[in-house]
Every structure is written in structure tokens, then in C-alpha cells.
Design a protein around this ligand. Sequence first.
Ligand code: SAM
Length: 279
Amino acid sequence: MEKIVALFIVPTPIGNLKDITQRAIDILCTADVILAEDTRHSFPLLEQYGILKPNLISYHDFNEQQKAEKIVELIRSGNMVALISDAGTPLISDPGYHLVNQCVSQGVKVIPLPGACAAITALCASGLPTDRFSFEGFLPVKEKALYDALNKVSKKDQTLIFYEAPRRIIKTAKVLAEIFGDREVVVARELTKQFETFYYAKANTLEAQLLADPNYEKGEMVLMIAPCKEETDSDLVKAKELMGILLEYTSQKDAVKIASEFCKVKKNLLYTEALKMTD
Ligand code: SAM
């Protein structure tokens, strides 16, 4: 292929080495420089695709900000640069954000390629709604932060997707049971690999289901939680209380809007309640 002066975002496989496009290989072969999260990790992968002696530069979380400026200059001076991460799509829980942000703000062309991403691959086979989903990245490790993070998103009416480490999943499953009760959850482990496994469970049965598999701790995993369908009674009670106060100061429309957003209760339900309150 001909050289194109730009930053290319190039996804690499998340397990199965065949999951890379011909266009991605062409770009990696042609690029003047390949930015890799871990050069030692990427070298064998590149060799596998016949990309011999690539000009690899390390680009990871710890040097991202300082290096971004130099790389923008490198592209400006006529180089074709490709960004890869250890696995999957760069920038998705992987380095690259600062670089792309600087390229965009300085008018340097960024060309993204489609490709492997664990979150999307897992979602597609989860059986959970795919029309709206929220990618939440890695769950926090510390207990309080974990509760806070899960509580914060528990009322979203969209499928929740998290990256989680298998060694922490049992602890997380206990918290899931407390917060989500019998909500559907799915864990996808070792996607695209020989021992790919899906655990379809409820939040309060996930722990038992994982423990029944002696291999549950092996490899990598994606955790997904079904959308919140119903407002809980306590949300509705809180929303009604809040509307009672708001209606003294503002219009019915605004009271409904604010209470709906604040208490995460659907607007149409609150309109009915507001009508009863102002009758
Ligand atoms: N950029 C990657 C992507 O596009 O999916 C994600 C990188 S993030 C550092 C790594 C996390 O992605 C893992 O801890 C795991 O949660 C998830 N992951 C990556 N490969 C996976 C696989 N083959 N099966 C299940 N989860 C995977």
C-alpha cells in the first residue's frame, strides 16, 4: 500500500491470532513507526504476520503524555505512524487517548481501523440487550470504591459492561448479589480462545456458578449486567417527595424533569403522579 501520513489506530487480536484484518497488516507493514504498549509483547505478534524488523517505539500509560507531543511532530514531519496495544482496540482501557486528543486538536489526521474489542465481542453473545449499553471499563479494586461504582450505575436502563480480573470476580460476585439481586449477569471468559466460556447467571447465583467451574480463575474476562428495568418503590417514593417540594416553586414540567433525572424514575410515571398531586 502507499504511505499515508497519519496516525492509524490498529486493533490486534484478543486471543485468536486470525482475528486481524488484511488492511491492519498492510498498514503495519507500511508504517514508518509502530507505537506499541509493550514492544516485547508485540514483537512476536508482528513477526507472525510477516512484519519483520518493525520500527517499534514503546507507548504506554506512564509515558503517554510526554510522548504524545513528540509523536505529533513525527507525523507532522511526514511519517506514517500506527498505534497498537497489547490486545484489542487501542484506547479502549488501553493507552492512546492523549495522543489522539492532541492529534485531533492540532489538525493531524487520525485514521481508525475496526477490529477486535473484548467488550463488543462479549456483548454480542451475552443475550443481553445490545440496543443501548454502557462500557464502564475496569471495576475499582478497593471495596468501598467497588460498592460506589456499582451503586452509581445500578439504575441505568442499559446493559453494563465491565472489564474484571478473574482473581477478583468472586469478591465482585458477592457485591453484585447484594446490589443487583436476581438481575441477569453474564461473564465471558477467554474470548476467541480455545477455552472460551460464557457463564449466564443471576447476580445472586453467579458466585456458585463460577465456583462450580475449576477453571473460572484462568485467563481474562468481561462482566455484563442486564439493564435496570423497573424503578424501585423507594425511588418512586423519593421522586414523589421531591416533586412535592419542587411543585411549590416551579412548573409541573420542570418538577417532573428534575425529579426524574435526580431519582432515575421514568418521566411518564412522574407525570401521572404530578397530575394526582396538583388535582
Ligand atoms: N483494548 C482491549 C479491548 O479492545 O478489549 C482491552 C484491554 S484491557 C487492558 C484488558 C481487559 O480486556 C482484560 O482484563 C479483560 O477484562 C478484557 N479482555 C481482553 N481480552 C479478553 C479475552 N480474550 N476474553 C475476555 N476478556 C478479555
